[in-house]
Ligand binder design. Sequence first.
Ligand code: CTP
Length: 400
Amino acid sequence: MDKPKVVLGVSGGIAAYKACELLRRLTESGHDVRVVPTASALHFVGAATWSALSGHPVSTEVWDDVHEVPHVRIGQHADLVVVAPATADMLAKAAHGLADDLLTNTLLTARCPVVFAPAMHTEMWEHPATQENVATLRRRGAVVIEPAVGRLTGVDTGKGRLPDPAEIFEVCRRVLARGVTAPDLVGRHVVVSAGGTREPLDPVRFLGNRSSGKQGYALARTAAARGARVTLVAANTGMADPAGVDVVQVGTAVQLREAVLKAAADADAVVMAAAVADFRPAAYAAGKIKKRDGQDPEPVVLVRNPDILAEISSERPREGQVIVGFAAETDDVLANGRSKLRRKGCDLLVVNEVGERKTFGSEENEAVVLGADGTETPVPHGPKEHLAEIVWDLVAERLH
Ligand code: CTP
């Protein structure tokens, strides 16, 4: 089978050096990558680097190898075009259809999915001209990854950093796997909770659970690759932020509730993949609880935590919102799932069986998605991102 053909466009920003790692990941995972830098990008990383890492000649202009008509061919033959970093200038040119070098010509001739990973100073990103260009590109079907927040070129920090190349690679992989040029979650805001809450007993101990957060992160990544604005409320996961996703870190169930309710106010969908502790210790000891010779330990008294899924499902912060819950069950999986769906009042419930080596911490999952409308969608054993895609398919159907 031919390797998937990827065009890596690189425009002139300091983050061009990070595109080398993206290129490596793409080539090492079996993609045939043609790098098309702009002339300004070569001020940051030279043609020799791109050529050596990609195994292809590198040109910025339409005037090299004219007999091969590169300004048309490269775009026509691509399975994916990813521009990383995409400068404000590049977004403006792409939005307005300018074609004054090889990369902009390639963008006009490509009929495959296109991903832009912008990187620039916060002021340039927030400028209405840039924001309108981004909106135009998204409306036309491009996936524009939100920049990350953090250190910029100099000592300044803010929104505008190129996301981690490993995470841009994940977006590319998801977009290539779907192969569609019209991402179906563009213009949608989705909220995903992930991980497991920890309920502190004292400054060094907590009651927790074994949820890794991998399923929630897979949901966040796939939604971003389908064009959604994503808020990920992450409880104790310790994983890198997915590209283009706004991550809110929380610890306890009460903090998770607050973060989810805030984000849900304008969300089109809320997916509760987090394992939320049903109970928390009634009292928090400000100092470490000590054992005392000859004395039995004090019993731990627990109180109920709020049920966030049930609360959002009954209050529906926004009309037409789709609410999804997860249920991990050990026995009578489907029967318990059906009654939980009714009890919680959500629209979809992803039910999976847990046990030895199943679900927690693993890369794979198997589930049945129950719909409040009576539907049942079995999802065979496979990667967690496959289950995530099916969840978004079912959410998208209900949003339309
Ligand atoms: N959930 C929640 N708030 C809680 C507990 C759970 O929002 N306090 C959400 C989870 O994120 C998940 C769903 O509810 O999406 C199901 O969680 P589960 O623990 O299986 O449900 P419980 O109500 O705790 O049911 P039970 O313990 O009786 O199995």
